[in-house]
Unconditional design. Structure first.
Length: 83
């Protein structure tokens, strides 16, 4: 999934490839993986109830810190977009 040489060491979330939307850059920091939050929850909901998927996502995925390269999970709801 690496877009360029800088992305070769991206920390990716297991099993959530379909929710991967790109990489983010930060000054002086390694690039980080970015995921669509809703897609992540929908992927998890394939094996559990939607409510369980939300709880699992919030606690075990979005709530996990695994270092500087911890992925970002974004909410792409239209209400946040300024068009």
């Amino acid at each position: 999934m690496a877009a360029n040489d800088e992305d070769e060491d991206l920390l990716l979330a297991d099993g959530l490839d379909a929710a991967f939307i790109g990489t983010g850059e930060r000054c002086g920091q390694p690039n980080i993986a970015i995921y669509d939050k809703d897609k992540c929850i929908n992927i998890l909901a394939e094996n559990m109830s939607y409510e369980e998927a939300v709880e699992y996502f919030n606690f075990n995925i979005a709530g996990a810190w695994v270092g500087e390269q911890t992925p970002i999970f974004v909410d792409l709801e239209e209400k946040y977009l300024c068009l």
